[in-house]
Design a protein around this ligand. Structure first.
Ligand SMILES: [Zn+2]
Length: 494
């Protein structure tokens, strides 16, 4: 099966056929740099990182461009509050964004253009739109795009102009010919605002025009994929299509792929509600791996809800996966006996292992269904555990192959999702520590209790030994006794 994607433009699943295979050109709307990115913003960038990794895996060459909106009202407001200039604010948050993305294991885009470096290209585009009557200049020098002159306006959101007008509750503006006409060039209001000379006086570009100018500069007038969050469909992406196609008279992007929102306890994540979790805070509290796993655990077109319980479930899943990997790695090293005939458990896990790669690839081809891929990982782990955790388990010559396949399969999948690729012992150590912190348990206290229990056991005080064991179990810590000592592990309650 070949790759199929849901195209927001046709509202259908379509086979993916690039314009100039094997090259795939892709544009993703980047951040407006006035603040740190939150985990809802991060979802788009992690998703597109996986899109690029997967396209390369199936043999394409990928050029991904992501812009920085470094001139905007929000940046100007922030600069005014801080008594500094827009440039200082935007450079600080570009730096912070890049740092966060590196921590998250997101491959940097090939080109990451800034609006302020592309003013001449933007002006040229606006001049062309005025020349072919797609745009007009208001008295004060503001330039508007005329939506009525673009016959297919609304094709991305699937709404006609009148529906959009009533839905958007746009205020009438005497400068505009039509309430949905949007600004391409804004005149400078105060001398302190960032401004550039233009044929319409000093000013700055509107938001939408930047993405048309920069995507076409780096990827050409028509390219393969345009992406971003679903909240950008209207007006941002609708307006990008109108501007670009009115200018070139050619189709703009072939596939529009939108990822859904992240909600916070079922509410929209928003600064005004105060329910924002910053990417860097999340990584500090848990880990980058946990965030990637969480963001990929749902299909990109579905919402994902952030809640304490959901995070605990993700921790539990990763704990389970890495524990299985750890066990597989250890089992590979163990002495084996010759197996003449596979046991039923060996048969099952071997069969699954052989089809695993084909199955997850099929799930990815099916509209990049990372949720389904993770489901397959669960199944593989379940079968491996059923095999090596079975009472009386002794490694055989078949075990070697089974465990090696398991480890190798995880490695090849981790190249696409960029999860499950860490050293299991290192990952589990970090995870256990973060769970202890979360539950307010000090590691010194835990070590002390284990020591006390060992002493009690030596003195055959089994009552005390059991009390300590049960007390720890009630805190979600399980003790495991071996001949050379006692180890502990986390128990996740579901
Ligand atoms: Zn954009």
């Amino acid at each position: 099966m070949a790759l199929v994607l849901t195209n927001s433009l046709s509202k259908k699943k379509e086979p993916f056929v690039p314009l100039h295979s094997p090259m795939v050109k892709m544009y993703v709307c980047g951040p407006t740099v006035y603040n740190f990115v939150h985990i809802g913003n991060a979802r788009v960038f992690v998703f597109y990182d996986v899109v690029e990794r997967y396209l390369k895996y199936i043999g394409y060459q990928v050029e991904r461009v992501m812009n920085f909106t470094d001139v905007d009202d929000k940046i100007i407001i922030k600069a005014t509050e801080e008594k500094t200039d827009s440039h200082t604010v935007s450079e600080r948050y570009i730096e912070a964004f890049l740092t966060d993305m590196i921590s998250l294991g997101v491959t940097p885009p090939k080109v990451a253009p800034k609006v302020t470096d592309h003013i001449p290209e933007i002006i040229k585009l606006i001049e062309g739109l005025i020349a072919n009557s797609s745009a007009y200049v208001a008295k004060d020098g503001e330039v508007f795009f005329s939506i009525r002159n673009f016959k297919t306006y609304g094709k991305l959101s699937g709404k006609n102009i009148d529906d959009l007008i009533s839905g958007a509750r746009v205020q009438p503006d005497e400068k505009k010919k039509d309430p949905l006409d949007f600004s391409l060039w804004k005149p400078q209001k105060f001398p302190t605002e960032p401004g550039w000379d233009s044929p319409w006086g000093k000013g700055r570009p509107g938001w939408h025009i930047e993405c048309s100018a920069m995507s076409m500069k780096y990827l050409g007038e028509s390219f393969d994929i345009h992406g971003g969050g679903m909240d950008l469909i209207h007006p941002h992406h609708e307006n990008e299509i109108a501007q670009s196609e009115a200018f070139t008279n050619k189709p703009f992007a072939k596939y529009w792929i939108h990822s859904n929102m992240l909600t916070f306890n079922a509410e929209k994540m928003s600064k005004s509600i105060g329910n924002i979790m910053l990417t860097r805070d999340f990584i500090k509290k848990y880990s980058a791996e946990l965030l990637r796993f969480f963001l990929l655990s749902g299909h990109y077109r579905s919402t994902i809800d952030y809640s304490e319980q959901h995070i605990r479930d993700v921790q539990s899943a990763l704990h389970r996966f890495y524990t299985a990997l750890h066990k597989a790695e250890i089992t590979i090293q163990m002495p084996k006996v010759l197996a003449l005939k596979p046991s039923p458990e060996e048969e099952k896990v071997t069969q699954f292992g052989k089809t695993f790669q084909g199955r997850w690839k099929e799930a990815m081809d099916e509209d990049l269904n990372t949720a389904k891929v993770i489901g397959l990982v669960f199944e593989y782990v379940r079968l491996l555990n059923a095999y090596i955790d079975k009472k009386g388990f002794k490694p055989t010559s078949l075990t070697q192959e089974i465990c090696q396949d398991f480890v190798t399969s995880f490695k090849s999948l981790s190249e696409i999702l960029n999860i499950l690729g860490e050293s299991p012992s290192v990952f589990l150590l970090g995870l256990k520590q973060s769970v202890l912190d979360d539950r307010g348990i000090k590691k010194e206290d835990l070590v002390q209790k284990i020591k006390l229990r060992t002493e009690a056991r030596t003195q055959k005080n089994f009552a005390l030994s059991d009390t300590i064991r049960n007390e720890l179990l009630s805190q979600g810590i399980e003790l495991r006794d071996f001949t050379d000592g006692t180890d502990w592990d986390i128990v996740f309650k579901s």
